[in-house]
Design a protein around this ligand. Structure first.
Ligand code: SAM
Length: 260
């Protein structure tokens, strides 16, 4: 376990981001613990690991034998360590934690390499969810499990991921693509690079629904054994008429699946 210094804190939004993600690891661990899925001493992978903060949290809080974080983009471990030092007083990244760059439909690992595969806030961004789920099935051991968190689903209140510009939600129904673009591009308060990146992420969302996800999981040879919906009270705009209510109301999901 790495040494710890007194925490100084990053301050500002980045601190909130770090805390939110570091603490998200506990949600993974809690759902696993209450489902009888062991983590301590096990081989873990995280698919679509982003900046690796959740993975650091999982290793520190869950003590797996190893955790490999995979993403299409390389993880900046210097930045991860600097933030971990500021927020948690961590002076070196744990040896159990590594990061590997992956391809859209290829996880570079042997068959049955992992006991638990985790994925958090990634599956709405994946170009071909079923193909990636097949890869996850391939790298999972026969008695392994998949923990999948997806928030927010495209049709739900904050499904655009653009809450910074559309805090009332449902902009995908109430605004045209041109209006969305105009609002983000004319925003003087935020970094233009950030706005452009968020716009491109919005356009690339795969628009998967919970039912689509269920079908893809089943076709990939996995079976859902636990389902926790993330939902909240919301006002539905008239322009969403005709959209299935369940897809408007289900904001996200945490689920566990096992080999079928
Ligand atoms: C919104 S980020 C979430 C990152 C991290 N899990 C988090 O919660 O901060 C989605 C990530 O999924 C990654 N991603 C998208 N498609 C992927 C794929 N087919 N395989 C691996 N990673 C993928 C993206 O590169 C991006 O880093």
């Amino acid at each position: 376990m790495p040494a710890k210094l007194p925490s100084t804190g990053l301050g500002n939004e980045r601190s909130e981001w770090f805390r939110g993600h570091f603490d998200a690891a506990q949600e993974v661990l809690d759902l696993c613990a209450s489902s009888g899925v062991p983590v301590t001493g096990k081989r873990l992978a995280d698919i679509g690991c982003g900046d690796g903060i959740i993975d650091l949290g999982l290793v520190i809080k869950g003590s797996p034998a190893e955790l490999v974080g995979y993403d299409l983009n390389p993880v900046d471990t210097d930045k991860l360590l600097a933030e971990a030092k500021a927020e948690e007083g961590i002076t070196e990244l744990p040896g159990e934690l590594t990061f590997v760059q992956s391809q859209p439909e290829r996880i570079p690992a042997e068959d049955e390499s992992f006991d638990l595969v985790v994925t958090w806030s990634a599956f709405e961004h994946v170009a071909d969810p079923e193909a990636l789920l097949r890869e996850i099935r391939r790298v999972l051991s026969a008695d392994g499990a998949l923990f999948l968190q997806l928030w927010p689903f495209y049709n739900s209140e904050h499904g655009t991921h653009l809450w910074e510009w559309f805090p009332d939600g449902f902009a995908q129904f109430t605004h045209s693509d041109a209006e969305i673009t105009e609002r983000i591009e004319s925003d003087q308060a935020s970094d233009p690079g950030w706005g452009a990146m968020m716009l491109s992420e919005y356009r690339a969302l795969n628009r998967i629904t919970l039912d689509d996800l269920g079908v893809a999981i089943e076709r990939a040879g996995l079976r859902v054994v636990r389902l926790k919906l993330i939902t909240n009270d919301c006002f539905i705009p008239a322009s969403a008429a005709g959209t299935p209510l369940s897809t408007l109301a289900i904001g996200g999901v945490q689920l566990l699946a096992v080999p079928a």
